[in-house]
Design a protein around this ligand. Structure first.
Ligand code: ATP
Length: 234
């Protein structure tokens, strides 16, 4: 279980997250929904060890992750796919995947991980020698997810995986996320595309102005007036 308990995160003196709590049990897909500026990127960055917490606690199966540097959070089993993918576009698909396995433990298992990523996403094997920048948007998102999987995570954090992609490609990306989940990895995704996120998640949280204002099962969120009016325009 990945547990976030009452975390406060600041940019300078500006508080971006106010006592945010959430949990992700193993084998879950959990969505964090919210509009622009709600604090979604800040939340996944704090969990991944990219941003420090000024208060609260983050733990994974009892191991405290709060204040650990990013590489130690990664070694503990939590990987992040950042917003915008941040691939090395001039490097090949294979090189991008290899870079994912930079930590010593991941490096030792690089070949095994590469085989697993290729089994999950065969196109990445077919395109191994192609420059990442020449892939389509959906394939680039696949590569970004594949690169995160090279750290052999148990929990995968996805920051706006569908952002900037054409609707048909968005379908493919959500299909990839379900494939990753079926391979045994728990997923936390933050999304502005609330409708699509609610199709794949089991539970979710709504973040507004840095606070969790609602949580519930997929059906509870789909049935809530607040979600329907503010995020689904129903
Ligand atoms: P988006 O979908 O636009 O990325 P978000 O929900 O991910 O939105 P965050 O990027 O986490 O929101 O931003 C939360 C708040 O923190 C916003 O008010 C934003 O202006 C502020 N913020 C984000 N990054 C910084 C930064 N580097 N310095 C100062 N304030 C920031």
């Amino acid at each position: 279980m990945l547990e976030v308990c009452d975390i406060d995160v600041f940019y300078g003196e500006a508080e971006a997250l106010h006592q945010v709590s959430l949990t992700i049990a193993s084998h879950e897909i959990v969505a964090v929904l919210g509009s622009n500026g709600a604090g979604k990127t800040t939340l996944v960055s704090a969990i991944a060890g990219v941003l420090p917490c000024r208060g609260g606690l983050i733990s994974l199966d009892g191991q405290i992750l709060t204040d650990l540097p990013r590489h130690r959070v990664s070694a503990a089993g939590v990987a992040i796919v950042p917003e915008g993918r941040r691939l090395f576009t001039q490097m090949t698909v294979r090189e991008n995947l290899q870079i994912g396995a930079y930590a010593p433990e991941a490096r030792r298992k690089m070949q095994e991980s590469l085989t697993e990523v290729h089994e999950l996403f065969p196109i990445l094997a077919d395109r191994a020698d192609q420059k990442a920048g020449t892939l389509s948007g959906g394939q680039q998102q696949m590569l970004a997810i594949g690169r995160a999987l090279m750290t052999r995570p148990r929990y995968l954090l996805l920051d706006e995986p569908s952002l900037g992609l054409a609707p048909i490609i968005v379908d493919t990306v959500f299909d990839l996320i379900e494939r990753v989940h079926q391979s045994g990895i728990s997923v936390l995704m933050v999304e502005q595309n609330v409708g699509r996120a609610l199709e794949v998640c089991g539970r979710g949280y709504v973040l507004e102005e840095g606070r969790v204002v609602m949580e519930g099962s997929r059906d509870e969120l789909l049935g809530s007036d607040r979600v329907r009016k503010a995020y689904l325009a129903i």
